[in-house]
Design a protein around this ligand. Structure first.
Ligand SMILES: Cc1cc2nc3c(=O)[nH]c(=O)nc-3n(C[C@H](O)[C@H](O)[C@H](O)COP(=O)(O)O)c2cc1C
Length: 159
């Protein structure tokens, strides 16, 4: 099994989650973890699994992740197993009715990344996952790296 985990991270939290997922996936084979800026189209060949993650900003993925998805040809991921994740703030704890309403209405990055991956032929192996940061710059909430490892185990089961 050959897997590629592509991430973006402004403050470092999504990178930590990406690396924890990558470490969990090594149980199933060879794994590379790279930033969206470093990812090369040729890394998608001979691949069994592609995992993509981004921080949620303004209810979606950040620019580099959107760009990465946009530049993929429409059948680029045909039949490839895919999974998507994001990091996000726990809006329910922010105590803002407006933000809670908007997050409910407009969502998070992971679902949008998953949609983009599936639109290019990817086959989702696990439901998109969100990992919580305490505040905009982090740190990750307690237990989220363990959550990432558990999510990686779910992916391995789906392979
Ligand atoms: C400009 C901006 C917009 C954001 N918008 C959202 C949002 O819509 N929903 C959310 O849950 N978190 C939002 N956040 C918090 C980010 O999700 C958080 O900064 C990110 O998870 C941290 O990951 P990173 O360290 O990898 O950058 C926003 C943060 C910034 C800076």
């Amino acid at each position: 099994m050959k897997a590629l985990v592509i991430f973006e991270s402004v403050y470092g939290n999504t990178e930590k989650v990406a690396r924890a997922i990558g470490a969990g996936l090594t149980a199933a084979g060879e794994v590379q973890v790279v930033s969206a800026a470093e990812a090369r189209p040729e890394q998608l060949t001979d691949l069994d699994l592609l995992v993509v993650g981004s921080p949620t900003q303004t209810f979606g993925p950040i620019a580099g992740t959107k760009e990465f998805l946009k530049t993929l040809p429409i059948h680029a991921l045909k039949g490839l197993k895919v999974a998507a994740f994001d990091t996000r703030v726990p809006v329910a704890e922010v105590n803002s009715k407006v933000l809670t309403f908007m997050a409910g209405a407009f969502g998070y990055a992971a679902e949008k990344i998953a949609k983009g991956l599936k639109a290019r032929g990817g086959v989702e192996v696990v439901a998109p996952a969100g990992f919580f940061v305490v505040d905009k710059e982090g740190p990750l909430k307690d237990g989220e790296l363990e959550h990432a490892a558990a999510w990686a185990r779910e992916i391995v089961k789906g392979l």
